[in-house]
Each structure stands twice: as structure tokens, then as C-alpha cells.
Design a protein around this ligand. Structure first.
Ligand SMILES: Cc1cc2nc3c(=O)[nH]c(=O)nc-3n(C[C@H](O)[C@H](O)[C@H](O)COP(=O)(O)O)c2cc1C
Length: 166
């Protein structure tokens, strides 16, 4: 509480990250594009927005090299990772030249974006709106198709590390 501030409010960025890290999230990989134009990034900020119309969202960092490619594609597929896919999360959080290396996937029925094999669920979307939000942008997607692929446990991210519900 007494940290010198560099983000305002009497706390520094390390404190902000540490406290917010106590909120557990699932882990998704958001993919876009087809063939050699495919792109993907690990995203923990995915959220459900609206049932009617069906909308979901996520927060994309302005420093991300993948978000501009998703935006350009205009559509994306959310892949909800299973608890045996920590390696997939790590690959898509990296800046590896080919994040898809060694992974199987099929084209999403609406977007054509990679639907990763082994993911629990997929949500295929069109970008509906993008809102400015500090060092991120809030992306709202209209859901065109979705499905449950596996009935396994989810991959969880908590206090800076991976966990599961088993
Ligand atoms: C568990 C986890 C959750 C993440 N959640 C987000 C997120 O919600 N938004 C975001 O922009 N980056 C998030 N990242 C960081 C990105 O996965 C990635 O590291 C960053 O965008 C740089 O890669 P890029 O240049 O390919 O975009 C997360 C990383 C991890 C490991």
C-alpha cells in the first residue's frame, strides 16, 4: 500500500499485477486467418458479454504483434484450453516464428480460423467493435457459431502460474 506510485493511486505496476493475479482466469487462444496467414495469441481476459445479440470480448494489448493481424482478418476463433494444454498456452504467449508447429487444427466454420484440436470449446466470431482502454483495446465479437469439443477440465491461470481444477 505504501509503494511509490508509477500508475497512480498509491501503488506501482508490480503491486497492480500481483493483486490482479489473485483473480483466477481460464486460458484461451484466439486465432485468426488461414493457411500461412494464420495467427494466434494466448488470452486470459476473454469474457462473455451478451446473449441477445450473442457477444463475447477480450482485451488485446497495444504492444501485441498478433492483435493487428486478428483485426485485419475481421474475424477470430476463441479456443478454450484444456488442462493438458499448458504447452499450447506457452507457445501462443511466445513470439515464436511458427506458434502452430506440431499442433493439429481444423478451420472454424464461420471464420476459417484455426480451431485447435484438444481445446474444450470454440467460439467463432466476427469483430463487432473495438474500444480504446489504456494500454489495451477491448475487442467485442459477435458469435456466429460455437461448440464444445472435449469434456475435460480447464487450464487455469492464477497468481502468475498454471493450475487446474482436478
Ligand atoms: C495466461 C496468459 C494470459 C494472457 N492474457 C492476455 C490478454 O488477455 N491480453 C493480451 O493482450 N495478452 C495476453 N497475454 C500475453 C500474450 O499471450 C502474448 O504474450 C503477447 O501478446 C505477445 O505476443 P504477440 O506479440 O504474438 O501478441 C497472456 C499471456 C498468458 C500466458
Amino acid at each position: 500500500m505504501t509503494d511509490i506510485t508509477d500508475v497512480g493511486g498509491g501503488f506501482d505496476s508490480a503491486r497492480f499485477r500481483q493483486v490482479l493475479g489473485h483473480f483466477p482466469t481460464g486460458v484461451t487462444v484466439i486465432t485468426a486467418g488461414k493457411g500461412s496467414d494464420r495467427a494466434g495469441v494466448a488470452i486470459g481476459s476473454f469474457f462473455s458479454v451478451s446473449l441477445d445479440p450473442p457477444l463475447v470480448g477480450f482485451c488485446a494489448g497495444k504492444q501485441s504483434s498478433t492483435w493487428p493481424r486478428i483485426r485485419e482478418a475481421g474475424s477470430f476463433c476463441v479456443n478454450v484450453l484444456a488442462d493438458d494444454q499448458e504447452h499450447v498456452s506457452r507457445a501462443f504467449a511466445s513470439r515464436a516464428a511458427d506458434k502452430f508447429e506440431g499442433l493439429g487444427y481444423s478451420p472454424g466454420p464461420f471464420s476459417g480460423a484455426p480451431l485447435l484440436h484438444g481445446a474444450l470449446a470454440w467460439i467463432d466470431c466476427e469483430i463487432e467493435a473495438v474500444h480504446d482502454a489504456g494500454d489495451h483495446e477491448i475487442v467485442v465479437g459477435r458469435v456466429h457459431d460455437l461448440g464444445v469439443a472435449e469434456e475435460n477440465g480447464p487450464l487455469v491461470f492464477f497468481r502468475g502460474g498454471y493450475a487446474n481444477l482436478r
